[in-house]
Design a protein around this ligand. Structure first.
Ligand SMILES: [Ca+2]
Ligand SMILES: [Ca+2]
Length: 505
């Protein structure tokens, strides 16, 4: 039985099993959700043919590495045909970007991933297309074109276009594009647009065999006047789309990007996408490690936990739009170790951004957040040719090969924690209960399922600390070998501990 179901039954049991109430709608059994998901930028992962661009055959060759980490899921940033390096402006939703390979290369990748027991989520960009998409090009040139109504048009005002609108290059009119002129927004007030995106989803699920989607910028789907975020129409599109995908692929997983505060994110449940990224947890986590103060981290986690089952929200450190974690932590390796130990012991479905596991650095502009994976001390580990983007200089020291050789490297810690999470039901699915420490530099929480409990303690501060947990327990470390203890040791500065604890008589 799944622990979440057991937990639900135990709770029902508390109020009298003979009057068991039906489970609330949002506590439906999860469809075997991922344990830990690894975000990959294909262009920067591994180049198989020496053109300097990472590709699908290269990614396929690195599946042993990803499964060796302990990930059972990958999210691939956009892989559909696109004129840009990042792929968030699509020109053909049904075709793999030629830089990355062919549709057959993608199918071969998915088959190999499934042999590694890794599910594949692909980025799906619903909000906008590329301005070079044939739909938009036809609509731009011909006001009677079939796809004219798939975009939003308006007359110019005194020859100019208002904020978020862009001047047509062919006539005196404006079109709407929230992000930039190269990304015209699709018009979801036209039902044909959503119908088309359902066809796209079906093809990727049925013919390409993906296991789900990461959905980009979903809070911006439908505009009302000047309101461009979180409108009722946006919720309705997601409700419709989520229901459609669950209907044709009940085992799939959809996760949306709603980069907003917790109260707003929670309005996207219970009946829209399966899950959303927990941006507020990410921010509180990095902030806690950076400042040495637990601050709002656990209250934020509890806010999500109270509202929704853990498989429906995804904590992470950083993604492809944000300063990399190691850079945000000012190159503090102890901080990076604290951050991942906390991340991978929180409830939810944690996501790891490629390269985080070796402490890759990077700051804006965006290209520098998405540099090639540092397999070895030079770019030769990524490509035999000239890399599409220069690697970070610290590939000399921060690389997979070096960390494979070093005991206790960051890479080995990630591997240990990801596998631990996969094998420990309390860590994977248990509820989080904060432990009062009376010290803001000391973060402590229990993870409990029906049978086991795990205690996580992180001393975020720079001085040693102690913590007395009420009750008589035995402590068995899940991070290091060693004897079972009767109490916690002195908690060293900038160090985290994980113990399985059992009641002593
Ligand atoms: Ca290539
Ligand atoms: Ca939009």
């Amino acid at each position: 039985m799944h622990p979440l179901i057991l937990l639900a039954l135990l709770q029902v049991g508390n109020v009298g099993a003979q009057h068991a109430a039906p489970l609330p709608q949002n506590a439906a059994p999860p469809q075997s959700h991922p344990t830990t998901c690894y975000e990959v930028f294909v262009r920067s992962f591994y180049d198989s043919n020496g053109d300097g661009i990472g590709d699908l055959p290269g990614l396929t060759q690195k599946l042993d590495y990803i499964s060796g980490l302990g990930a059972d899921c990958v999210w691939l940033m956009p892989i559909a045909e696109s004129p840009s390096y990042h792929g968030y402006d699509v020109t053909d939703y049904y075709k793999v970007e030629p830089d990355y390979g062919t549709n057959d290369d993608f199918k071969a990748f998915v088959a190999a991933a499934h042999q590694h027991k890794i599910r594949v989520l692909v980025d799906l960009v619903l909000n906008h297309t590329s301005s070079e998409h044939p739909w938009f090009q036809e609509a731009l040139r011909d006001t009677t074109a079939p796809h004219r109504g798939w975009y939003r048009w308006a007359p110019t005002q005194g020859g100019a276009c208002p904020n978020n609108w862009h001047k047509s290059p062919v006539r005196d009119e404006c079109y709407f594009g929230l992000f930039w002129s190269g990304m015209p927004d699709l018009n979801y007030e036209n039902p044909a647009v959503l119908d088309e995106m359902k066809r796209v989803a079906r093809v990727w699920l049925d013919s390409m065999h993906v296991d789900g989607f990461r959905l980009d910028a979903v809070r911006h789907l439908v505009e009302v006047g000047n309101e461009v975020s979180n409108t009722p129409g946006t919720h309705q599109v997601l409700r419709d789309f989520g229901q459609y995908v669950r209907g044709i692929a009940p085992q799939s997983y959809t996760i949306g990007e709603v980069w907003d505060n917790p109260d707003v994110i929670l309005t996207y449940y219970p009946d829209q996408l399966d899950a959303y990224f927990a941006f507020p947890i990410s921010e509180a986590l990095i902030e806690a490690v950076r400042t040495g103060k637990a601050g709002g981290l656990l209250p934020t986690v509890e806010q999500f936990q109270r509202a929704e089952p853990a498989y429906r929200w995804a904590p992470f450190q950083r993604n492809h739009d944000q300063t990399r974690a190691m850079t945000a932590l000012a190159n503090d390796t102890a901080g990076a170790r604290l951050a991942v130990t906390i991340l991978l012991t929180l409830p939810g479905v944690p996501f790891v951004y490629y390269g985080e596991e070796i402490g890759m650095t990077g700051d804006k502009p965006d290209e520098r957040l998405r540099t090639p994976m540092q397999w070895t001390a030079s770019s030769r580990g990524f490509t035999s040719g000239k890399p599409w983007e220069t690697l970070q200089a610290d590939t000399l020291t921060a690389n997979v090969a070096a960390q494979e050789r070093r005991p206790n490297s960051l890479l080995k810690l990630y591997r240990w924690l990801m596998r631990l999470r996969g094998n420990d039901a309390a860590l994977r699915d248990g509820r989080l209960e904060p432990v009062e420490t009376g010290n803001d530099a000391l973060l402590a929480y229990m993870r409990k399922d029906g049978t086991a409990q795990v205690l996580v303690v992180a001393n975020l501060g720079t001085t040693p600390a102690t913590l007395a947990v009420p009750g008589r327990f035995s402590y068995r470390s899940l991070l290091t070998a060693g004897r079972t203890r009767a109490s916690l040791p002195t908690l060293q500065p900038r160090t985290a501990y994980i113990y399985e604890i059992t009641q002593r008589p």
